[in-house]
Design a binder for this molecule. Sequence first.
Ligand code: SF4
Length: 370
Amino acid sequence: MSFKNKFEAYDWEEVKASIYSKTDDDVRKALLASKRTLEDFKALISPAAANFLEPMAQLSHKLTQKRFGKTMQMYIPLYLSNECTNICTYCGFSLDNKVRRKTLSQDEILREVNVIKSLGYDHVLLVTGEANQTVHTAYFKEVIQLIRPYFSQISMEVQPLETAEYEELIALGLYSVLIYQETYHKEDYKKHHPKGKKSNFNYRLETPDRLGQAGIHKMGLGVLIGLEDWRTDSFFTAAHLQYLERTYWQTRYSLSFPRLRPFSGGLEPKVEMTDRELVQLICAYRIMNEEVEISLSTRESEQFRDHCIRLGVTSISAGSKTNPGGYAVEPGSLEQFEISDERTPAQIAEMIRASGYEPVWKDWDQIFVQ
Ligand code: SF4
């Protein structure tokens, strides 16, 4: 049994029609419910809920403060490699983008780590493309052992792995894994992933199950907004999250909402999502799920991120470079995508404090699993 069994019982067009048919009454009912269902979530992400943004924002703010207090977790990505054997239509690292590739050596990783530590970080997100011949489990094991003394929390966003491989990495200190489905639209997934291992939709869909079976402490889900109808994709993300929480109840969960960003030779979004719609989505997830962590990256603009601090977001990146060697070794190497908020971590921390929140550089829950 995996999420695939549940997923296959759904029909994309039926789900989409159901979301778009929700009424004001459905939204009111969802806001008042004491225990919310996936039907309530459909109402909260529907076009009808656009008229309820203010009460949704107030409720989301209240629920977030109740569970997380006035804190904001800080994290930063460390890109290890831009090698990739996949073609993805939306990514600067895609195989068909003919640019020089780079994978960091151990010495280079330590130079990057020095800069990241000088910025104040204790939580790092390791990111790579998917190049199984060079950037594989043995490489990840070496990297985790190398940087473990410098960070209390290590997360990864790399290619999907097998359960036994996750178990090995967790034993060495891996804390969380982000694995985005990109889109749950199975047919269009194939168009966006025409070549390489990532074109296997089901293998990716079942990755969170493998992570749960491996006993990961935390996992992150999400879709790339701009590929398909964001409301329908968000419904499937919520259904996936609900299934995982019930099945692997000892794991913690986080969500991200990456909107397609420009990159060298890039794809134009098929579907535009406005800032108001992204606020609606963040609030809808929070109202649906009081426990889930919500993350916002430097893909988003300064103004938007400042505004979202109070709405439901619980972790935020700052000072990010999306290229291997971007902090110290080779600042000019190929980026995965352009960032939008270019403020330094110190400036972001100051903005967080000015909003009445405390920036947190360490995840205190991690202390209890060591
Ligand atoms: S999204 Fe990932 S797998 Fe696809 S091209 Fe980019 S790095 Fe490679």
